[in-house]
Design a protein around this ligand. Structure first.
Ligand code: GTP
Length: 456
């Protein structure tokens, strides 16, 4: 129950039967959008919570874009906006509740564009983004050297980048992840905007009672409310390594819990915590190798991208060790696939035990692993890690009844010596690993000192 003052309670009682309008931007997925003519999205889900807690019926006044939504609330076509950022201009006619949601904006461009360390490197270039968007106003103020092409919808922003009429586009991270179209066109994230984008409910100044109730409703939001909405819109892809039987088991358990919740709200909070754990396990499975528990190739590549982005700022080396076991096939052939699996698990542990906490190992398939090194000052230090892993793997492993021995061939490629982007760096490390195999296996080989881009 919400704690309300007598005045708020009285206002609520008077307005409970009336319909209060909010202005809704139909083209801002995943925050606001229409499905079969009905509002949906992250902000709409928050409004659902406010509706339930306040007991007021809110009706959408649908507008085609953000500029129109802003103009409509200013005109008085509606009483409030569910999600808006506080700016001095808007404060002339709107009151803003405490922020309840943070949006992160990224810059998105064609794949041939380099990652940027500082926004200053975009001076003189054109960036497309939402007209009347608070983020564009911030950009104009903080980075006046960047040219702006302001458009109305996310689709138009995308089209400008695709047609080379803008160098990059500003996009909320959630939209980039949710919007399939970005991926069709193979755009990539080249940087982020360090602009805190705190979202509040914005209520017209002539509705002070409604504003004070919205503030109470916003303050009533708890961890579980945010987590339920974030989870609903969190996008992840199930990778090949997922153990489907386990996955089906988890889904069945989650469904059973949902049924239980339906019939027993007395133990509501305990059940929500259990569901969260099941969901977290699903997300974990999607990003990790089911056999060894190590991060998957997909996760490894994402971490490598992030490390390369960081290194633009820190100027530190980023190394990739590409590890392939020698003679692994013979273990499968002589002792069976299960013995092979047991060996892979122990090999993963041996690799991990050779690393510092800042390094990351991933299994990328079969008997191949990569290790990401970010904390070394010299290439020689990375070679030392490679040799340490080589030694850790060159021991006798017990797999079931058998004792087996393998060795490892390891390739090392280092940014910025050998390549600048994640894919080329992986390719160089892979090639170096093959060199190690050719040289007789059980050795660590550094990539040739020729950059991948130049080598073609
Ligand atoms: N047990 C098990 N085997 C796998 C798995 N994934 C791939 N393999 C097998 O691993 C073997 C890898 O082949 P290779 O790397 O060519 O074998 P290798 O004997 O290590 O050869 P070199 O690398 O040239 O030394 C293949 O026989 C695959 O069938 C797995 O998850 N479990």
């Amino acid at each position: 129950m919400l704690k309300l003052t007598d005045a708020q309670q009285q206002w609520l009682t008077q307005h409970q039967q009336r319909q209060i309008k909010y202005c809704f931007n139909a083209n801002w997925a995943p925050y606001d959008s229409l499905k079969d003519g009905k509002p949906q999205g992250i902000f709409h889900d928050y409004l659902g919570i406010f509706t339930q807690r306040l007991g007021i019926e809110f009706v959408p006044h649908i507008t085609p874009d953000w500029t129109a939504a802003l103009a409509a609330v200013q005109r008085g076509d509606c009483a409030f906006l569910v999600g808006a950022v506080k700016t001095p201009e808007r404060e002339a006619f709107l009151n803003f509740t405490s922020p309840y949601f943070s949006m992160y904006n990224v810059l998105v461009a064609k794949p041939d564009k380099p990652f940027i360390g500082s926004l200053d490197s975009l001076n003189g270039k054109s960036i497309s983004g939402p007209r009347n968007g608070a983020v564009m106003q911030w950009l104009a103020k903080e980075h006046p050297g960047i040219k702006q092409v302001n458009v109305v919808t996310g689709d138009e922003t995308l089209a400008l980048v695709m047609e080379d009429k803008a160098y990059a586009a500003v996009s909320p991270l959630d939209s980039f992840v949710a919007d399939y179209k970005w991926q069709i066109h193979n755009l990539k994230i080249i940087g982020k905007l360090d602009y805190p984008y705190p979202i509040s409910v914005a209520v017209r100044k002539d509705q002070p009672e409604l504003f004070s109730l919205m503030e109470v409703a916003v303050n009533s939001l708890g961890e579980a409310d945010h987590a339920a909405i974030t989870r609903k819109y969190q996008s992840f892809t199930v990778v090949e390594e997922v153990d489907y039987r386990k996955l089906a088991g988890i889904v069945a358990v989650a469904l059973a819990l949902i049924g239980y919740l339906y019939y027993s709200n007395r133990r509501l909070s305990g059940e929500i915590a259990r569901r969260q754990r099941a969901e977290a396990e699903l997300v974990h499975l999607a990003h990790h190798d089911a056999l060894t528990g190590l991060p998957s190739l997909r996760m490894g590549m994402a971490q490598l991208d992030a490390a390369l982005l960081r290194s633009q700022r820190t100027r530190k080396l980023v190394g990739v060790l590409f590890i392939d076991l020698d003679g692994f096939k013979a273990v499968n052939d002589n002792w069976g696939h299960q013995a092979g699996d047991a060996l892979l698990k122990q090999a993963a542990l041996a690799i991990q035990s050779s690393l510092r906490s800042s390094d990351m190992a991933a299994r990328i398939g079969g008997d191949e692993f990569i290790v990401l090194l970010e904390d070394a000052d010299k290439v020689e230090d990375m070679m030392v890690v490679g040799r340490k892993i080589q030694q850790a793997l060159a021991c006798t492993f017990s797999v079931g009844e058998a004792s087996v021995q393998v060795t490892a061939s390891i390739g090392l490629a280092v940014h910025p010596l050998h390549a600048n982007d994640a894919e080329s760096l992986m390719k160089m490390a892979d090639q170096a690993m093959y060199e190690a195999k050719r040289a007789g296996k059980n050795t660590v080989q550094m990539a040739n000192n020729i950059r991948q881009e130049q080598a073609g």
